[in-house]
Design a protein. Structure first.
Length: 297
């Protein structure tokens, strides 16, 4: 059955809840691999082979493979240092899972997209925006430098998209543009991001984006909770955030408040380092790292 046929069966059985989100996923399994999905296992084997071939090339003094490839677009002669996964592995996974709105059964799309960094375009944008040098290091070390760049973009464009950067140590693995049309699709996008963390074996994650900030009421402070989300508060203020988390438990966030001038100009205040605590959006990431630990990854 397709995921849509599974959903139709749920609807016809009157098993549809009155609210919430339903995720329907198909998995290929084998009784000999209890903790692995078949496509995940194949991807893991491919990564190990990539590591083995790269080690052989290095031992032989061969810097790059010179084989010609013309079978499948996503398969090349390159031997990536970072992880070795193929983008098509993610595409195959996405075809086995769908998310639906419980009230009406409408499909909820995960609005995130991986993209390759074009060095020429990056250089041109850096000159146009007068951006500082892109920082180096792991996800944590790059936060101050990425905030400097984000502030420049925010002040020039008046807005800043949400971007996720995945790291393995100090090596950048992926850059992902994320778009949300609702809180539900936002949560789904971060679930998708958690899948990419596992498949690429990322141990660090950095997020850049705009956010709403609200001050806790006396009652909320007393209860140590937030009853009204910042986006729904009348006194909310706009901010730009750069935060990073790593698999070993480190996390850091820098936030700068955004001011709008009478003529539409945008000004970003000085960044303030704050304790990000346990963000709801990061829950899928931490859960995935825990699952990876249990599986020996």
């Amino acid at each position: 059955m397709s995921v849509r046929e599974i959903l139709s069966a749920i609807q016809e059985s009157r098993g549809m809840p009155p609210f919430g989100t339903i995720t329907v996923a198909r998995r290929w399994i084998d009784k000999e691999l209890e903790s692995w999905e078949i496509l995940d296992a194949a991807a893991a084997v491919y990564m190990h082979l990539n590591e083995l071939l790269r080690a052989g090339h290095q031992a032989s003094g061969v810097e790059a493979c010179d084989l010609e490839w013309g079978f499948v677009d996503c398969v090349t002669a390159q031997l990536p240092v970072a992880s070795g996964y193929l983008p098509c592995m993610h595409i195959a996974q996405s075809e086995l899972i769908s998310h639906f709105s419980a009230p009406d059964g409408s499909v909820l799309a995960e609005l995130s997209e991986e993209f390759e960094v074009d060095e020429a375009k990056v250089q041109k944008a850096s000159e146009e925006y007068q951006l500082p040098e892109f920082p180096e290091g792991d996800a944590i070390a790059r936060v101050p430098g990425m905030m400097k760049i984000a502030r420049k973009v925010m002040e020039k464009d008046g807005h800043h998209g949400t971007f996720a950067f995945l790291f393995a140590g100090e090596s950048a693995l992926n850059a992902i543009a994320m778009n949300f049309d609702s809180q539900r699709t936002k949560r789904l996008s971060f679930e998708r991001l958690a899948q990419l963390v596992e498949s690429s074996r990322a141990d660090g994650l950095l997020i850049i984006g705009e956010m709403w900030v609200g001050v806790q009421t006396k009652l909320e402070k007393k209860l140590n909770t937030v009853l009204i989300p910042a986006r729904d508060r009348v006194d909310k203020t706009e901010a730009l955030s750069v935060y990073a988390v790593t698999r070993d438990g480190r996390r850091v966030e820098q936030v700068c408040m955004v001011e709008r001038g009478p003529n539409g100009e945008t000004r970003c205040g000085d960044p303030i380092e704050s304790d990000p605590g346990v963000m709801n959006t990061m829950i899928p990431i931490f859960r995935k790292w825990k699952e990876m630990e249990n599986r020996g990854l």
